[in-house]
Design a protein around this ligand. Structure first.
Ligand SMILES: Nc1ncnc2c1ncn2[C@@H]1O[C@H](COP(=O)(O)OP(=O)(O)OP(=O)(O)O)[C@@H](O)[C@H]1O
Ligand SMILES: CC(=O)N[C@H]1[C@@H]2OC[C@@H](O2)[C@@H](O)[C@@H]1O[C@H](C)C(=O)O
Length: 368
């Protein structure tokens, strides 16, 4: 069995992510030493069934101490089911399900016990990636940036570029790939841009009983209501300097701004708000990125992508165009970060989470 501190070269790491959209668990393998990517491996997805999703939804916003046993059982069982099939994995990175995130109140909570997974899967599991960053004064998020830096090297980027993840929440990573290490000064800048798909999903569920606006079918028939958009952009979050991060439901009230609009106009306006939040975020980049590589489910919404292209000066392209997998990038990120933790390397730094100094988050549990 692999032991932390004994990793000499690339290993086969497995990562799992259960994102803020509560749609399911992504799992992916990657060959890495935690610094460079040597290759990508198999991946799998395990959707949450409607009854499981309802249990998770009811647990959102809760902190340890609340009765979360049913939700914890759902998260752990779904992960064990999907991760079990990866027989060649040597180390597992387990993000867990974020239930609550309030770093300024100095707390973040990802549900799921890595020790339970280690025992069930017979492999060391790295987990609780965010707590130590928050304890040391950081935002605890986003954490994918150190992996984005390795991706920029993997694709051979020679000038600054940016990754944009459009999940429930949006987050951006600006990268200078000419720097040696992600923790080096001016190598990275990262932060959550604002809401991405979560408000649009909530609107679709509330009005049409659908989980999301598939291919932007509803939004494409509507018009952005500029008054609502301006009110949204007045939110103090957009005036805060990065690094900064968001809870999934931090902008839950924005749905009130579109309450009087038709379904199509409301959907178009919420998509427009997500794109405008990215535009505001781009203004913080240290230099204009040569391209914006988009990952996460929002890249499949042509309306959101079109709005981004209209708002930004640089090419906006899905990560598939550079050979990456936008459905699995976050799972791969936590595989990569797990190896960093096992090697004692940092996983965040002042420019990614605002933590005081570069820090390695994460706890390692071994099977008994
Ligand atoms: N074909 C599609 N058309 C429109 N939207 C889509 C499509 N496919 C996925 N999405 C959107 O992407 C969302 C899922 O994105 P993703 O899996 O990146 O989120 P997540 O990982 O749960 O979130 P986060 O990154 O915030 O943790 C869906 O809930 C939906 O809103
Ligand atoms: C607290 C938390 O789970 N945050 C997530 C969420 O989803 C997107 C955005 O908000 C980002 O900050 C983060 O996830 C990605 C994977 C990250 O840590 O980079």
């Amino acid at each position: 069995m692999l032991k932390a501190g004994t990793i000499k070269g690339p290993i086969k790491a497995l990562g799992a992510m259960s994102g803020t959209s509560l749609d399911g668990v992504d799992a992916a393998m990657i060959d890495t030493d935690g610094e460079a990517i040597y290759g990508f491996g198999d991946s799998a997805y395990r959707t949450y069934e409607p009854d499981e999703r309802a249990i998770l939804r009811a647990a959102l916003g809760k902190w340890p101490g609340a009765d979360l046993s049913a939700a914890q059982e759902v998260v752990e069982a779904a992960h064990i089911e999907v991760l079990r099939q990866f027989e060649r994995a040597e180390l597992i990175g387990f993000h867990g399900q974020t239930l609550a995130h309030d770093p300024r109140g100095r707390g973040t909570h990802q549900l799921g016990d890595g020790a339970v997974l280690a025992q069930a899967l017979g492999r060391p599991v790295v987990w609780d990636f965010r707590s130590s960053d928050v304890r040391l004064g950081g935002e605890g998020a986003p954490l994918a940036p150190f992996f984005h830096f390795a991706c920029a090297r993997w694709i051979g980027a020679g000038e600054p570029l940016a990754f944009l993840n459009l999940g429930g929440v949006g987050n951006i990573t600006w990268i200078d790939p000419r720097k040696a290490r992600p923790e080096d000064e001016d190598a990275l800048l990262a932060f959550d841009t604002g809401p991405a798909n979560a408000p649009l999903n909530d609107l679709m569920q509330e009005r049409l009983g659908q989980p999301y606006d598939r291919d932007g079918a509803v939004a494409r028939k509507g018009q952005v209501e500029t008054g609502a958009l301006e009110l949204f952009l007045d939110d103090p979050y957009f005036f805060r300097m990065p690094p900064k991060s968001l809870d999934r439901d931090a902008f839950a009230d924005m749905i009130d701004l579109v309450r009087e609009l038709s379904d199509a106009d409301a959907a178009a306006t919420l998509a427009g708000m997500s794109a405008a939040a990215v535009m505001r975020g781009m203004e913080h980049c240290p230099s204009p990125p040569a391209r914006l590589l988009v990952t996460g489910g929002g890249r499949k919404n042509p309306v959101m992508m079109q709005m981004l292209r209209a708002a930004l000066d640089c090419p906006v392209i899905p990560v598939e165009d550079v050979g990456l997998d936008g459905d699995m990038l976050e799972a791969q990120a936590f595989a990569f970060l797990a190896v960093r933790v096992a090697r004692g390397l940092p996983t965040s730094c002042p420019a990614t989470t605002g933590v005081r100094a570069a820090v390695g988050g994460g706890e390692i549990s071994y099977p008994e």
